[in-house]
Design a protein around this ligand. Structure first.
Ligand code: AP5
Length: 218
């Protein structure tokens, strides 16, 4: 399966990508996670990306494209979470996949009102070690303020502060939302209602992908 997850910040793309990876073994590539890892390790890419991420702006295309294609080289199945994020990235991805005869199977566009998105983002806690995603109300860690998988103290993401959240939502509307039409025109788009708990959304995701629950990986 080669899948793109589209949707505003905080709608739950990462939560669903991790679930699909866990259940079906498709590799989830989250550009935001890769950039945060590069920033934490102070790599040249991380240093170049830091100011953009902190402002809630998109990191320049050439940096992100290179980072994604390095990972896609060796994969048959993947879930792209947070990429592509503008028309130029989508076109470059199309060309890359065409050359490899690996067309996308589907693009899921998650939909939710802004008020619930802000609630999800303001209650998010993440594990800086293993990347697990929690929410203080909807999905709290059973280990309190520690990660229930690896025991690391949970943190609030640097860009989950009100001003940056607003900026990220604006950037999404201006630069990423046009991709909905782009993929609709290519008959790849499936809209997914992202309201309800993560399990409910996951069942909608399976339905959108025409997957019977508990069916084997493909
Ligand atoms: P990125 O990390 O991709 O952030 P984002 O797209 O803004 O998405 P988020 O990770 O914030 O949210 P999500 O939809 O994954 O939601 P989650 O599952 O965590 O990007 C960060 C930055 O990196 C960008 O601003 C940019 O600077 C840069 N960048 C990244 N990609 C780039 C690219 N391609 N080009 C250029 N720059 C790029 O869920 C959110 C919360 O809600 C969690 O607390 C979760 O537990 C909770 N939750 C999830 N589902 C539910 C549910 N159904 N009900 C209740 N709560 C839920």
């Amino acid at each position: 399966m080669r899948l793109v997850l589209l949707g505003p910040p905080g709608i739950g793309k990462g939560t669903q990508a991790r679930r699909l990876q866990q259940e079906y073994g498709w590799t989830a590539i989250a550009t935001g996670d890769l950039l945060r890892e590069a920033m934490a390790n102070n790599t040249p890419l991380g240093e170049q990306a830091r100011a953009y991420v902190q402002r809630g702006e998109l990191v320049p295309d050439e940096l992100v494209n290179r980072m994604v294609f390095e990972r896609l080289q060796s994969l048959e199945s993947f879930i792209l979470d947070g990429y592509p994020r503008n028309l130029s990235q989508a076109q470059v991805l199309d060309a890359f996949l065409r050359e490899r005869h690996q067309p996308l199977h589907a693009v899921l566009a998650f939909e939710l009102d802004d008020e619930q998105i802000v609630q999800r983002l303001s209650g998010r806690r993440v594990c800086p070690q293993c990347g697990a995603i929690y929410h203080i109300v909807a999905n709290p860690s059973r280990a309190g303020n520690r990660c229930e998988r690896c025991g690391t103290t949970l943190i609030t993401r640097e860009d989950d502060h009100p001003d940056t959240i607003r900026r990220r939502l604006t950037v999404y509307r201006e630069q990423t939302e046009p991709l909905i039409t782009y993929y609709e025109q290519r008959s790849l788009l499936q809209r997914v209602d992202a309201s309800g708990d993560p399990e409910t959304v996951y069942q909608r995701v399976l339905h959108a992908l025409s997957i019977q629950p508990d069916s084997p990986p493909r």
